[in-house]
Design a protein. Structure first.
Length: 276
């Protein structure tokens, strides 16, 4: 029995819908129904850089933003990050690559790294998902290089949480005296954990890195957090020694730079001799 043209048309439409719907549902650069209900906003649509500022060194690569060449970080300028928030994003790196997600002023950095090949991976406090140079993740939860990782940052008051691939790897209250040494280490590097009001910045560290599925929502005081304790990974003695030496170099370099800038400023203010 021959099918009518109308029947064939309906069958074709159904076949197209069958294959099209999963693609839409699986689009990482789209909000799920649950995310919409929770108040998330999509910051990157996978097609263009609307709302973002960069120098042309970031390009769209298969629905992700890709750091293609030297030129600096890419910054979301459409709005600042709320004081209390949840940020979700996906990331992957090339071999030996280093990058970071800066989400509050000064040195608030969620480290992005190939732990296996980059030297920063030797120190848990500078490894992937660390609060760089402040707090080590509990363990290495990264996927192999070239695969997508799912990152998540939650900040509420003085509580900071970093998640990686569904696991909470950092969770601490920086006002707790227990973490005084960690807070002081970041302060010496130039960080201020009390700072608020930054634009989201994705770092260009000279290496291949991709980001997508960037989603943000504000948190209220009544939003409940997962308070399961997280213990930072142990840092070996030799790594701690190298870390102290690195911090000393950072402090000395900053002091030398400040001194040079002061000399330059004084030279500009110095009056010129009167013409004869």
């Amino acid at each position: 029995m021959n099918a009518s043209p109308r029947t064939l048309l309906l069958a074709a439409i159904s076949l197209v819908a069958l294959f099209a719907l999963p693609a839409v549902a699986d689009d990482p650069n789209a909000l799920t129904a649950d995310e919409k209900q929770a108040g998330f906003e999509l910051l990157f649509n996978g097609r263009d850089f609307d709302g973002w500022k960069q120098s042309g060194n970031w390009v769209i690569d298969d629905g992700a933003m890709f750091r293609e060449k030297r030129g600096g970080s890419i910054v979301y300028e459409a709005k600042k990050i709320p004081d209390d928030f949840e940020l979700r994003f996906e990331w992957k790196v090339g071999e030996g690559a280093n990058s970071g997600v800066y989400y509050r002023p000064t040195q608030y950095e969620y480290q992005i790294l190939d732990n296996g090949k980059h030297h920063d991976g030797l120190n848990p406090r500078s490894s992937a998902a660390s609060l760089y140079f402040c707090m080590a993740p509990s363990h290495d939860a990264t996927k192999p290089v070239g695969q997508w990782n799912i990152g998540r940052i939650i900040c509420q008051g003085t509580v900071i949480q970093h998640w990686l691939n569904g696991r909470k790897v950092i969770g601490f209250d920086y006002a707790d005296p227990k973490w005084t040494d960690n807070v002081e280490m970041l302060r010496k590097r130039g960080g201020d954990l009390a700072a608020r009001g930054a634009n989201l910045s994705l770092q260009d560290h000279g290496d291949p890195v991709w980001f997508r599925a960037i989603k943000l929502r504000p948190l209220g005081p009544d939003d409940q957090l997962d308070r399961t304790p997280v213990t930072p990974a142990t840092i070996p003695d030799d790594v701690l020694k190298a870390e102290r030496e690195k911090l000393d170099r950072i402090i000395k370099a900053r002091a030398a730079k400040a001194k040079a800038q002061a000399r330059k400023a004084r030279a500009k203010r110095k009056p010129k001799p009167a013409a004869r």
